[in-house]
Design a protein around this ligand. Structure first.
Ligand SMILES: Cc1cc2nc3c(=O)[nH]c(=O)nc-3n(C[C@H](O)[C@H](O)[C@H](O)COP(=O)(O)OP(=O)(O)OC[C@H]3O[C@@H](n4cnc5c(N)ncnc54)[C@H](O)[C@@H]3O)c2cc1C
Length: 502
C-alpha cells in the first residue's frame, strides 16, 4: 500500500511565517507533508521571465531549507512541469492533500492551475488554496473590497505550529525517480545544499534578509522616503526596496503593513505613504485577477487600432539605452544590470516607449518584466497599460525625460553612473548633450553622434502627436463605454470617477 503524503506547494510565498498553507498542513495530522517547489520549464520559457527570477526564487528556497529542516520538514525543488511530477510521486505515495496559496500569475500559470484542478479531481486529491494578501478570487466588482482587505491586514499574523510537524523525507529511490525526467537546471540553480553566494548587484533573496530590510526601513530609512521617492538615485536607499521580497512572498503584505502601522503610519507622513502603496500593491493585483486578459490585450479595446507600426531599431535603442536621452538611457542600462528602478523612472521609460516612440506596449512589457527583479504580473501589466494611456479611464501622462532629468537628477549623478561616456562633459551639460555647442564639443573632445547618440526622436512633436491621438481616441463613444465598464468593475466608488469622465 502506498503511504499517505501531503504537500505544501510553494510558489511565490517563499517564507515560513504568516503562511496559511504551512499552518494548515501542520494541523492536518492525517499524513506527513513535504514542501515542494517546481521550476517549471513552460513558465521559464515564457517571454516575461528571466534567469534573475529563478536565481531569486532558488536562493529564497536556500534560505528556507535549513529552517524547515530544523522543524523536520523536507523541502524539495525539481526542474519539471508540476503535473507530470505529481503523477510520478503519486506512483510511490498516496497524495491526499495539496496546500498552497492562490497565485495571480500569467496565462501559463493560470492554465496550469486549471489542469491541476482537473488532475486533483481525477486522483481524488484534495487541493486547498488560501487567498494571498487580501486578493479575492471570483469578484465581479469592488464592493466591500477595501473593507475586506483591511480586515485581512488587521488579522493576527499566522504562526505555523512547527511542534506538530511529523518528520518525513522522500526515500532516495523516489528522489532519483523524480529527478530522472528533470530538464537541465536553470542558470545559477545548482543544489539546495550549495552555499549562498550573494550577487554584487541584485538584492539578496530570502525571508531572513527581507525582515532586516523591512526593519531598517521602519527604524530609519523611512524618514527620507517621500522626499526621495521619485529620484532615481536616492530612491534606491530611501524607498523600502521591499518589492522583490513582496513579489516572491519572502514577506506577506500583512507583515509589512502591520509593521508600518505599529511604527505610526497613521500619523507619520512617510510611513503613511508607504502603507498606502501596500494597498495599491493588492489593488493592482486584484484588478489583474479580475481581468487577466490585460497581459495580452488593451484593457480598453477602443485603443486597439493605434500604434500599429513597429520599428525594431527604435525598440532596440530603447532596450539598450541608446536613445540619445541620457536619463532614459541611464534607466534602461541600470535596470538591465541591477533589476531595479523606482516608480517614476519606470513610468517615464514606458511613457518614452509608448508615447514618444509610439510603439505598442506589449514587447516592452515583456522586456521590462524580464528585467524587473520584482516582476509581479498583477502590478506590471495594469501599470504598463495605465502608463501607456490604454485604459481610457486614467489621466494621460506623457513624461518629458529632459524635465525629469533636471528635476530628479539635477547633478546628473545617476546619469553619469550609467552613461559614463558623458563624463567628459560638465554635469550641467549632461541633460541635453545635443545642445552642446560646436565650440564646447571641441573643448571637451566630445562629438554628438560619435561619442553619444543624437536623440532618436523629437520630444516636442512626438509629445504633441501622442497627446492628440490618445485624447482623440479617449473621446470616442467606444472608449467612453469601455471606460465606464472598467470603472464600474475596478473602482470602489465608481460614481465619482464616472462623473469626472464626462
Ligand atoms: C510600468 C510599471 C511597472 C511596474 N512593475 C512592477 C512590478 O512588476 N512589481 C512591483 O512590485 N512593482 C511594479 N511597479 C510599481 C513600482 O514601481 C514598484 O513597486 C516600486 O518601484 C518598488 O520599489 P520599492 O519596493 O522600494 O517601493 P516603495 O515605494 O517602498 O513601496 C512599497 C511597496 O508598495 C508597492 N508599490 C509601490 N508603488 C506601487 C505602485 N505604483 N503600484 C503598485 N504597488 C506599488 C510595492 O509592493 C512596493 O514594494 C511598476 C510600476 C510601473 C510604472
Amino acid at each position: 500500500m502506498r503511504p499517505p503524503l501531503n504537500i505544501v506547494w510553494l510558489k511565490k510565498d517563499l517564507r515560513l511565517s504568516d503562511h496559511a498553507p504551512f499552518a494548515a498542513a501542520l494541523q492536518d495530522q492525517s499524513a506527513p507533508f513535504i514542501a515542494l517547489h517546481c521550476f517549471e520549464p513552460s513558465v521559464q520559457n515564457s517571454p516575461s521571465w528571466d534567469a534573475r527570477h529563478w536565481w531569486f526564487t532558488y536562493h529564497s528556497l536556500v534560505d528556507m531549507r535549513p529552517r524547515l529542516a530544523e522543524n523536520g520538514i523536507a523541502l524539495y525543488h525539481f526542474h519539471q512541469e508540476l503535473i507530470p511530477l505529481l503523477e510520478q510521486l503519486q506512483q510511490c505515495y498516496c497524495i491526499q492533500h495539496i496546500y498552497s496559496h492562490e497565485e495571480t500569475g500569467i496565462g501559463i500559470t493560470y492554465e496550469r492551475d486549471k489542469a491541476l484542478k482537473v488532475w486533483c479531481e481525477e486522483q481524488h486529491v484534495q487541493w486547498t488554496e488560501f487567498a494571498c494578501n487580501g486578493v479575492e478570487r471570483g469578484r465581479k466588482n469592488r464592493d466591500q473590497w477595501s473593507r475586506n482587505w483591511a480586515k485581512t491586514m488587521k488579522a493576527p499574523i499566522i504562526f505555523p505550529d512547527w511542534t506538530q510537524a511529523q518528520a518525513f523525507h522522500l526515500t532516495d529511490d523516489v528522489v532519483q525517480l523524480l529527478e530522472q525526467d528533470q530538464e537541465e537546471l536553470p542558470i545559477g540553480v545548482i543544489s539546495l545544499s550549495a552555499p549562498f553566494v550573494p550577487d554584487p548587484v541584485y538584492q539578496t533573496p530570502g525571508e531572513t534578509v527581507a525582515k532586516t530590510i523591512l526593519q531598517s526601513f521602519i527604524d530609519k530609512r523611512h524618514a527620507k522616503y517621500f522626499n526621495n521617492i521619485s529620484k532615481p538615485l536616492a530612491s534606491r536607499t530611501y524607498c523600502s526596496r521591499l518589492s522583490a521580497h513582496l513579489a516572491y512572498g519572502n514577506l506577506s503584505i500583512r507583515q509589512a503593513y502591520q509593521a508600518a502601522i505599529k511604527a505610526g503610519a497613521t500619523k507619520n507622513k512617510h510611513l503613511g505613504e508607504f502603507a498606502s502603496r501596500l494597498i495599491w500593491h493588492c489593488h493592482f493585483i486584484q484588478k489583474f485577477e479580475m481581468e487577466d486578459r490585460m497581459e495580452f490585450e488593451n484593457q480598453n479595446s477602443a485603443f486597439n487600432g493605434i500604434r500599429v507600426k513597429w520599428d525594431q531599431k527604435k525598440f532596440d535603442a530603447w532596450k539598450e539605452g541608446r536613445t540619445g536621452y541620457p536619463l532614459v538611457d541611464a534607466c534602461m542600462r541600470c535596470v538591465k544590470e541591477t533589476g531595479y528602478l523606482n516608480f517614476r523612472m519606470r513610468a517615464m521609460v514606458v511613457s518614452f516607449l509608448t508615447h514618444h516612440l509610439w510603439l505598442d506596449w506589449r514587447k516592452g512589457a515583456h522586456y521590462l518584466a524580464g528585467m524587473f527583479l520584482d516582476f509581479e504580473p498583477g502590478i506590471h501589466y495594469p501599470q504598463f497599460q495605465m502608463q501607456s494611456g490604454c485604459t481610457g479611464a486614467n489621466t494621460i501622462r506623457i513624461y518629458n525625460p529632459v524635465k525629469q532629468s533636471y528635476d530628479k537628477d539635477p547633478n546628473a549623478e545617476f546619469i553619469l553612473q550609467w552613461v559614463p561616456e558623458l563624463s567628459i562633459l560638465p554635469p550641467g551639460l549632461c541633460h541635453e548633450p545635443w545642445k552642446v555647442s560646436p565650440m564646447e564639443q571641441m573643448m571637451y573632445n566630445f562629438q554628438i553622434g560619435r561619442d553619444y547618440p543624437k536623440p532618436i526622436v523629437d520630444l516636442k512633436s512626438s509629445q504633441q502627436k501622442a497627446s492628440a491621438e490618445l485624447h482623440r481616441v479617449k473621446k470616442t463613444l467606444r472608449a467612453k463605454q469601455e471606460a465606464t465598464r472598467i470603472i464600474a468593475r475596478h473602482v470602489r466608488s465608481p460614481k465619482r470617477r464616472l462623473k469626472a469622465l464626462g
